[in-house]
Design a protein around this ligand. Structure first.
Ligand code: ADP
Ligand code: F6P
Length: 324
């Protein structure tokens, strides 16, 4: 018989992402409406180990759906990578009567969730990362807001780039994944998009493309460079030296992680939060909520972590054609 859950713990872990608050709100309200108790664990697995745990009621999540960041704070926790840390985490859950847990974070956080599940705490993961780099899902909480924030910033850079007839390299986040770069590259009409999944380090080809585009009348040249490639400042210096075209680098940085979540991030995060509680109430554990093929679904965490995904070849190919 499925284990009956009485108290759900919830934590956010890894990099924060806009929409995490909407997910927290949905978990808390769904659980309370089903007659369960909810405990908020602050600062990710650190707060679990250090027992930074608060009781949450319906009002604890009032007025947060529109806010970026995470009201539970987030952290990276080295201690939870160890067997002792994981044992301590499971003991703290037991002490506080937490028999179900929702972990909102990225791949790393789900490896931690796996350990909690192995230790007997029914655990469900929600994909929360601006990077969109979780293989089993077409959507991650925060990506939509982050790409919109980056897109608006890049539009502004385009204005000044055109006025000065400059080349601009804009570096966007994404860790080792190029999804933010690809989406902004297409949405901002960039002349070049450099993705860690595709870039062959052929800087001369990039330089030739800039010279060629200038000959054909381009007033600016926008290059979206993914964080996974990096080195935008040095690249700008070398491009300017080789082409004679003034070149500037802008690293967008942490602004991409903040701000009020878009409608999509609020809506999808809310559905995912409710879905996670439903899974726990069905006695499920070690599952990851995902959005795949237009539907909210769930996967076994072990299987989800073994999956891989790549940049869509068609999207990548058209990105170059559309800016010609
Ligand atoms: P993200 O969840 O965004 O991928 P990290 O990779 O930094 O971010 O992971 C967040 C936290 O999850 C880590 O600081 C650690 O506490 C926990 N974690 C990561 N990998 C493992 C692992 N293999 N075992 C247990 N916990 C892990
Ligand atoms: O995973 C989200 C992210 O913002 C990545 O895009 C970036 O590489 C990383 O987190 C930065 O992490 P930190 O907050 O530790 O600097």
């Amino acid at each position: 018989m499925a284990k009956e859950i009485k108290t759900i713990g919830i934590l956010t872990s890894g990099g924060d992402a806009p929409g995490m608050n909407a997910a927290i709100r949905a978990v808390v309200r769904t659980a309370i409406n089903k007659g369960l108790k909810v405990k908020g664990i602050q600062k990710g697995y650190n707060g679990l180990i250090n027992e930074e745990i608060i009781d949450m009621d319906k009002h604890s999540v009032s007025d947060i759906i529109q806010k970026g960041g995470t009201i539970l704070y987030t952290a990276r926790c080295m201690e939870f990578m160890t067997a002792e840390g994981q044992k301590r985490g499971a003991e703290v859950c037991k002490k506080h009567g937490i028999d179900g847990m929702v972990v909102i974070g990225g791949d790393g956080s789900f490896r931690g969730a796996q350990k909690l599940a192995e230790a007997g705490v029914n655990t469900i993961g929600l994909p929360g990362t601006i990077d969109l780099d979780i293989a089993c899902t077409d959507y991650t909480i925060g990506f939509d807001t982050a790409v919109n924030t980056a897109m608006e910033a890049i539009d502004k850079i385009r204005d000044t780039s055109t006025s000065h007839e400059r080349c601009s390299i804009i570096e966007v986040m994404g860790r080792n994944a190029g999804y933010i770069a690809l989406w902004c590259g297409i949405a901002n009409g960039a002349e070049d998009i450099l993705l860690p999944e595709r870039y062959d380090n052929d800087e001369q080809a990039l330089i030739n493309h800039i010279i060629e585009a200038r000959k054909h009348g381009k007033k600016h040249h926008l290059i979206i460079n993914a964080e996974g490639i990096g080195h935008s400042t040095g690249m700008a210096r070398r491009i300017e030296a080789a082409t004679g075209i003034e070149t500037r680098a802008t690293i967008l940085g942490y602004m991409q992680r903040g701000g009020s979540p878009t409608c999509k991030d609020r809506m999808y995060a809310s559905v995912m939060g409710a879905y996670a509680v439903d899974l726990l109430c069905e006695g499920k554990s070690n599952r990851l909520v995902a959005y795949k093929g237009g539907k909210f679904v769930d996967f076994d965490i072990d299987e989800a972590l073994a999956m891989t995904k790549d940049i869509d070849e068609y999207e990548f190919n058209i990105s170059a054609l559309l800016s010609k």
